[in-house]
Design a protein around this ligand. Structure first.
Ligand code: FMN
Length: 265
């Protein structure tokens, strides 16, 4: 059987010696030990043009700019797991990462049905790395991935991680979680973000279908308008439907509360 593969996108300009790079290497070691390969792609040095906001991609499904973006997105979509990684630059991701994400608009309105596991990673000198990791977690959806966790650290100069042992341990824990999720085809519980995205984006795409033609076709083809459950591929348990069962349940809750209160008092 072919080995599973994770693709990590690194937005730091510090190739090789950077902290982001070092943290990805820590994850790579944990993944390799569990039979999963990791390919790191440095955005630095790639020829990826800015999004110019023409929005042609929403109609045609692809950007007209023919540069290094396309081979990267093909690798991400084919991967079993995705890592988005960036150091904090002025309280956000680096320009390299932001340019890459902006160019991903043709995928951003099209929820994929892969629900593959992913991780996000960010490092700072001490301000905003958790925010940036959270932002990247929200962006994972663009690539059909959901967050298994966020790997963050504080380090000002290369390799000078605060609490190095804790950072190394965290890398191993997250690598284990990611490898397991890939191995088991594990899906994490749906969240309020999934619900909001489905409601917001479904409406936007339907109402703008004249310009978002390709997006609208995608939603219809995957049956995403059939309902939230069909989008997240998870079912809600049936509610306590009949009045008699509900009354019995409420009486039991009240009786238990009275019993506990009397006992406690
Ligand atoms: C242009 C620039 C902006 C930065 N902005 C922040 C910031 O807003 N908050 C912070 O804590 N660190 C900031 N830093 C520090 C880096 O996030 C930190 O040194 C990080 O470890 C670099 O990771 P790297 O080696 O992977 O590039 C900035 C560094 C640079 C060069």
């Amino acid at each position: 059987m072919a080995r599973k593969k994770v693709v990590a996108i690194n937005g730091s300009p510090h190739v090789g010696i950077g902290n982001t790079d070092q943290m990805i290497q820590m994850l790579a070691a944990g993944l390799e030990a569990r039979g999963v390969d990791l390919e790191q792609i440095h955005l630095a040095g790639k020829n990826i043009g800015y999004c110019i906001g023409c929005a042609l991609c929403l109609d045609k499904g692809k950007c007209w700019q023919n540069d290094d973006y396309n081979p990267i997105i093909e690798k991400i979509l084919a991967a079993d797991g995705v890592i988005l990684a960036s150091p904090v630059y002025v309280m956000q991701v680096t320009g390299q990462m932001k340019t890459f994400l902006d160019r991903s608009l043709p995928y951003g309105h099209k929820p994929r049905d892969s629900w593959k596991p992913g991780l996000t990673l960010s490092v700072s000198a001490g301000m905003a790395e958790t925010e940036v990791a959270d932002y990247l977690s929200r962006c994972l959806r663009i690539f059909g991935a959901f967050p298994v966790g966020a790997f963050t650290a504080i380090a000002v100069t290369p390799g000078a991680f605060m609490g190095k042992d804790a950072v190394t341990q965290r890398a191993d824990d997250l690598a284990r979680d990611l490898a397991q999720a890939i191995e088991r085809g594990q899906r994490y519980p749906a969240t309020d973000r999934d619900l909001f995205f489905w409601q917001f984006m479904g409406r936007l795409v339907r109402e703008s279908r004249e310009v978002m033609n390709d997006d609208f076709e995608h939603w219809n083809k995957l049956g995403l308008y059939e309902g939230f459950e069909s989008y997240v591929k998870q079912s809600a348990a049936p509610p306590l439907a009949d009045a008699k069962t509900r009354r019995q349940w409420m009486s039991a809750v009240i009786a238990e509360h009275k019993r506990a209160t009397v006992k406690g008092g």
